[in-house]
Design a protein around this ligand. Structure first.
Ligand code: HEM
Length: 444
């Protein structure tokens, strides 16, 4: 039995290729070495699990086999209490507290707010001759998180939060996220010092919001966290609440916006897909009920296909904490192992013509959690998965019901790295025109 599978050589070169051009790099490695290969990164070996069987090995291993990956860089960006930092019992305990608000009736309670926010933001975007889908979607997903998670409702306060969040996000550079040794303040200068100042601005707003939630709890997630108790009856510390709120912002707002921007682009590059989707949405009549939108099968398939073809996270790494058997390889503690979302989503035996946007594949067959994993899996699966898909369907459905979209860039966008996520190059520029009300009646 071997310890590490074969893979490319040269730590600095592979680190550079992985950060700069991961799509090309991962596909090239898979073509040369097969579905499971080792990538020597600057600080450790990371084994890519790019086949459903190897993904299954990772996702079904006992949770204590792994600990969170890259805690050093995450800790400095999101704080030491962040769910993304935690492992073992603390991770399980924190997930139990954070997960319920993103599911079931609690999630559905946000449907009307999602539709109202989408309608308002698209109407604003339509006033300009040119809008950028990624920016419109990001404004929507941020408003949704501020409303659902932070309980912010007043427009002026929404704007203050939005400014602070965008400034914090813009202050993160890819190098800072991947190379923790750059996370130093250098006497108050440099990118990391700037980032810390943006965090302090946001925390000041959060502190006020926590006071408000204590004084008058609402239906938002912050109010739940303020009053939540662990099994032993203790409450979350203020710092833990800050770190988790920042984690939810970081993990939940840009990701959803990127997925929406891709979906808008794909749908409008294929007249057949657009006609089928538009017909399904229009059959609900004008101003469709958001919960009925979220139940539409083709709209669901469109959103899933957008997340398949260009996954927002190309892989979901863990750090091996106990000797772990991956197929014929025995991985030692300290090695990274990463179910590779991108490679699995492009296996032609699962997804024929993998580069083609074809939502029908999700109506024709079901995929196992080891074959389709845009939200990762196992003990660390995204806690916002159901919420994000729900939001995507409501936003896309609300937009297509009211607006005719024209893409302004003839060339399809490429996936480019933002920080740890990937978005469409150029952000998908578009122009919007109001649709005639009669269109819905005809379909209905
Ligand atoms: C389309 C949108 C989204 C995508 C593609 C996405 C994707 C992911 C992925 C790939 C992971 C890592 C899973 C793993 O390691 O197995 C993750 C984790 C996470 N996501 Fe999401 N996510 C999205 C939206 C959201 C939203 C809306 C929230 C909440 C507001 C959220 C909160 C989280 C959290 C807290 C984690 C960490 C879970 C843990 O470590 O236990 N995500 N997400």
């Amino acid at each position: 039995m071997s310890h590490l599978p074969r893979g490319p050589q040269g730590r600095l070169l592979t680190t550079y290729q992985f950060i700069a051009r991961p799509y090309e790099f991962l596909h090239r490695c898979a073509a040369t070495y097969g579905g499971v290969f080792n990538v020597p990164m600057y600080n450790r070996d990371v084994v890519m699990a790019g086949s459903p069987a190897s993904v299954q090995d990772v996702m079904t291993a006992p949770p204590e086999t792994f600990v969170a990956y890259s805690t050093q860089s995450i800790g400095l960006l999101l704080g030491s209490h962040s769910l993304l930092m935690l492992s073992g019992e603390r991770h399980r305990r924190e997930r139990k507290l954070l997960t319920p608000p993103f599911h079931g009736d609690r999630m559905r309670a946000y449907a009307a707010a999602m539709a109202e926010i989408a309608a308002r933001r698209f109407a604003e975007a339509a006033r300009a001759p040119r809008a950028v889908a990624q920016e419109v979607a990001q404004a929507i997903s941020l408003d949704v998180i501020l409303r659902a998670v932070f309980g912010v409702e007043e427009p002026a306060r929404m704007r203050a939060f939005a400014r602070a969040v965008v400034a914090m996000g813009d202050a993160v550079t890819p190098a800072m996220a991947f190379l923790p040794f750059l996370q130093r303040e250098f006497g108050g200068f440099g990118p990391y010092a700037r980032f810390r100042r943006r965090v302090a601005d946001l925390e000041a707003l959060m502190r006020e919001q926590i006071e408000r939630a204590r004084a008058a709890p609402g239906d938002d997630i912050l109010s739940l966290l303020v009053s939540a108790r662990y099994d032993d009856g203790s409450a979350m510390s203020e710092q833990a609440i800050f770190d988790e709120l920042r984690t939810l912002l970081f993990a939940g707002h840009e990701t959803t916006a990127i997925a929406l921007a891709w979906a808008l682009d794909h749908v409008h590059r294929d007249p057949g897909v657009l006609a089928r989707l538009q017909g399904e949405i229009d059959a609900l009549g004008p101003d469709p009920d958001p919960e009925r939108l979220a139940a539409l099968p083709y709209l669901d398939a469109v959103c899933k296909e957008a997340l398949r073809i260009y996954p927002v996270a190309t892989e979901v790494p863990r750090l091996v904490a106990q000797p772990f058997r991956l197929g014929e390889h025995e991985l030692q503690p300290g090695t990274g192992v990463a179910p590779c979302v991108l490679l699995v989503h492009h296996l032609p035996e699962l997804y024929p013509e993998p580069s083609r946007f074809r939502p029908e594949r999700f109506l024709e067959r079901k995929f196992s959690p080891f074959e389709y994993l845009p939200f990762g899996g196992g003990a660390r699966r995204c806690i916002g998965a159901a919420f994000a898909l729900f939001e995507m369907k409501i936003v896309l459905g609300t937009a297509l019901s009211a607006w005719q979209v024209r893409l302004l860039d003839e060339r399809a966008p490429r996936p480019v790295r933002r920080n740890v996520t990937f978005g469409p190059s150029g952000g998908v520029p578009l122009a919007l025109r109001a649709r005639a009300r009669g269109a819905h009646r005809a379909a209905a």
